[in-house]
Design a binder for this molecule. Structure first.
Ligand code: ADP
Ligand code: ZN
Ligand code: MG
Length: 486
């Protein structure tokens, strides 16, 4: 069968670190980059006989994500022990949730390839992170080839968001992750930073003959620590599976590791089954009860969600859907936009254009999400207001923006200092037009002979005569009058 006769089926398991001050079941601080084993206590070191206590803020943050994705928050859920051995897990088990997760059955609207797909979420459950094994370090007194364990991360609160196998391409998977990251940041549940590991994704991939009802054998890919890797790994894995089936080799269910250096995946282990972990309810933690009052408190503190906000911006300010969606790339960006519009309410579309072109281009992804904008909303509003009242041109405004960013001074100050005053008066513009027309009879004849394309040349001449300060609208109008009148 040719490649086009297969379709891919993908489901994601996304781990997201919750933005709490302290760990999931003890009072240790959650820190990143501290010296190894300095943020630990008997509970997160896994000493015997200690008692974990669930962090209430962790549950509240998870509930925010659940509400943002339309999940049902279960009144009772259960912490379970997932038993396995690994050097970075001294307890011998991870506290997680298994058959009774905190939240179930949500959806996420994912835009990819020009359409919107409602990706179903199977569940959102709480769990703790493990520590970290370190294989590379530069301490002289530790022989090379050793591995060390840092337990600072042990006990850090996570949610795992599990999608149904509803995705059918690497692009859709990538976009799902982008949407999830925006959402967890939007509701302040997580910093969503993939580079620092606060967002991690495993991708489950299978292929099947197009239109088949049954799912194919799935492979779980681990170690996807950037958006680019997620896409690359899934693309590669789909190709590998199709090639294997075409060659008549059956696939086996397994866990594979993505190798960034080669862009391919390799076998890590054959797939473990749930029973291998011998899950059972953690007797130290009992049942997690979320009552109506707690749910109402969390719901009351929720911000307007991105889709609703984009819809409102569209309706309130007459923005095109695509602009509204982009302005809602992050909550601080949407806040900036609305503050700028409040300061110059007459032209919301122009402000959107400036935000989406000039400002976004000057910001990294981290800037966009942290709300580090290069200028104050009032300054951008003042700039657009000056264009709108005809006192400066769009071109001058672009130059001014650079100065605004560099100096932080006011638009009016800069306009005055640079003598950037646009000429909109018809008198001097008409003089310039007449002079250009009089001095270039040949070009005028060419234009009138049907070469409409030479019009731009005349605009250039008039602008030159006005030292670039002519109002382009007025220049165009008067020039047309002069050239077309006979
Ligand atoms: P497991 O029991 O192996 O953990 P689950 O049914 O819990 O499998 O699903 C884990 C993840 O794998 C989910 O994101 C789910 O959508 C996805 N998944 C399940 N079956 C398939 C399949 N055949 N192809 C692709 N993804 C799948
Ligand atoms: Zn601790
Ligand atoms: Mg499972």
């Amino acid at each position: 069968m040719p490649v086009s006769d297969f379709e891919a089926v993908i489901g994601l398991e996304v781990h997201c670190q919750l933005r709490t001050k302290s760990k999931a079941f003890c009072a240790c601080p959650v820190v990143f980059g501290a010296p190894p084993n300095t943020a630990v206590c008997p509970v997160c070191l896994g000493y015997p006989g200690v008692l974990p206590v669930a962090n209430r803020e962790m549950v509240s943050l998870a509930m925010r994500v659940a509400l943002a994705t339309g999940c049902t928050i279960e009144e009772t859920s259960v912490f379970a022990r997932k038993n396995y051995f690994y050097p970075d897990l001294p307890k011998g088990y991870q506290i997680s949730q298994y058959d009774r997760p905190l939240a179930t059955h949500g959806t996420l609207a994912v835009r990819a390839n020009g359409s919107v797909k409602n990706v179903r979420l199977n569940r959102i459950h709480l769990e703790e992170d493990a520590g970290k094994s370190m294989h590379e370090f530069s301490w002289e007194d530790v022989p090379t080839g050793s591995s060390l364990v840092d337990l600072n991360r042990s006990g850090t609160p996570l949610i795992e968001i599990v999608t149904e196998p509803d995705l059918s391409s690497a692009d859709e998977a990538h976009e799902t992750l982008v949407q999830l990251r925006r959402l967890v940041r939007w509701v302040d549940a997580s910093d969503g930073n993939m580079e620092e590991g606060s967002l991690r994704c495993d991708a489950n991939v299978s292929v099947r003959p197009k239109g088949a009802a049954a799912l194919g054998t799935k492979v779980e890919i681990k170690n996807l620590n950037s958006f680019a890797h997620v896409k690359k790994a899934i693309e590669h894995e789909i190709e590998r599976q199709v090639a294997s089936l075409e060659a008549g080799t059956a696939l086996r269910q397994e866990t594979r590791l993505f190798e960034p250096a080669t862009g391919s995946t390799k076998t890590m282990r054959s797939k473990e089954e749930a029973m291998d972990y011998r899950y059972f309810p953690d007797p130290d933690l009992g049942v997690l009860v979320v009552d109506g009052a707690w749910k109402r408190d969390v719901a009351a503190a929720m911000p307007e969600l991105p889709e609703a906000r984009a819809g409102r911006l569209q309706a309130a300010y007459g923005l095109p859907a695509a602009d509204a969606e982009l302005v809602c790339l992050s909550r601080p960006l949407a806040d900036f936009y609305e503050a700028a519009v409040a300061s110059h309410p007459k032209n919301p579309k122009a402000i959107a254009n400036w935000v989406l072109s000039e400002l976004l281009a000057r910001m990294s992804d981290a800037d966009r999400h942290a709300g580090r904008l290069p200028v104050a909303p009032e300054a951008l509003a003042a700039l657009v207001a000056r264009i709108d009242d005809g006192s400066i041109s769009g071109k001058m405004a672009k130059e001014l923006l650079a100065d605004l960013i560099a100096t932080g001074r006011s638009v009016d100050d800069l306009v005055k200092e640079k003598g950037l005053v646009q000429i909109s008066d018809e008198g001097p513009i008409r003089d310039a037009v007449e002079r250009v027309v009089r001095d270039h009879p040949e070009q005028v004849a060419t234009y009138r002979g049907g070469k409409a394309a030479t019009f731009g040349w005349f605009v250039g001449q008039v602008m030159k005569a006005l030292q670039g300060k002519g109002n382009p609208g007025v220049v165009n109008r008067l020039l047309r009058d002069a050239l077309d009148k006979d």
